[in-house]
Design a protein. Structure first.
Length: 269
């Protein structure tokens, strides 16, 4: 299935089909080989309105959106005075090259449904997967002086520092942390003490003042999109793991537990 494609798995209304088709076109128009670009599919009605405000950027696969994602964004807003949170879906993910489960259009559709009525949430699609590229695109669409703060799980932060994603990791990491900060949550069985220990490593030390820890409670730390898909595949209840707005939409999408056999991908947060 291509990233922007979608299929009618359940009963979709005419309006739903039209919305999915429009979202598929948004994704299709993004060019990962061109300059970094981020396109809104829903803009916060009471979000950032001037310079100097703090934007939370939550970039994930959202396959599907889970209660852990929601807790992360809500806790980040509370603890770090974020004026707005943008949920960003990448056309090309740096690790998960092939799209499986819900199509990208279906994921944007579910994200927009969740964000509708939440005036400080935006939803957008990105042409590029790297955070260093997203900072360039975000600075083009938000007021000058907007403070960019990425909301990530610990596993994602580890990948941020992996030199394989950069032509010049030292220079690009310096640029990334000059223009943005990170809020990092514990995920799975990783404890906050393990996260703190990792932050003392030589690669992190120059940027530690730009990395802020956020501790999730055990229930939310353990929830993953991978587990949601596994429950769906086994025919088990999954509603407790996803927001109530998302649960009735899932049967209308292509969510599944496993990627194509040729793919080797890490679990989804």
């Amino acid at each position: 299935m291509s990233g922007g494609a979608f299929s009618a798995r359940g009963t979709l209304s005419k309006d739903d089909r039209a919305e999915l088709a429009a979202l598929a076109r948004v994704i299709e128009d993004l060019d990962p080989s061109g300059p970094p670009r981020i396109v809104f599919v829903l803009r916060a009605s009471q979000g950032i309105s001037g310079p100097g405000q703090r934007l939370g950027v939550f970039s994930a696969s959202f396959n599907p959106l889970t209660r852990a994602h929601v807790r992360m964004m809500e806790q980040a807003m509370e603890e770090h005075a974020l004026a707005e949170v943008m949920l960003v879906l990448d056309k090309v993910n740096v690790d998960k090259r092939e799209v499986f489960g819900a199509s990208l259009a279906e994921r944007l559709w579910m994200l927009r449904r969740f964000a509708t009525g939440r005036p400080r949430l935006s939803v957008a699609a990105s042409s590029h997967g790297r955070f260093v590229d997203k900072t360039k695109a975000l600075r083009m669409i938000y007021p000058e002086g907007t403070e960019l703060t990425f909301i990530v799980g610990f596993d994602t932060l580890v990948r941020v520092f992996d030199p394989k994603y950069y032509a010049d990791s030292e220079a690009e990491l310096e640029g990334l942390f000059r223009h943005s900060q990170f809020i990092v949550a514990n995920r799975g069985e990783v404890s906050m003490s393990e996260v703190r220990r990792w932050l003392k490593s030589p690669v992190c030390r120059p940027f530690v003042d730009r990395i802020h820890l956020m501790e999730l409670d055990p229930f939310h730390a353990r929830i993953s999109a991978t587990e949601v898909r596994a429950r769906i595949d086994r025919g088990q209840p999954f509603a407790e793991l996803v927001p109530p707005e998302i649960a009735p939409l899932i049967p209308k999408t292509g969510l599944t537990s496993s990627p194509p056999e040729s793919s080797t991908v890490p679990p989804d947060p």
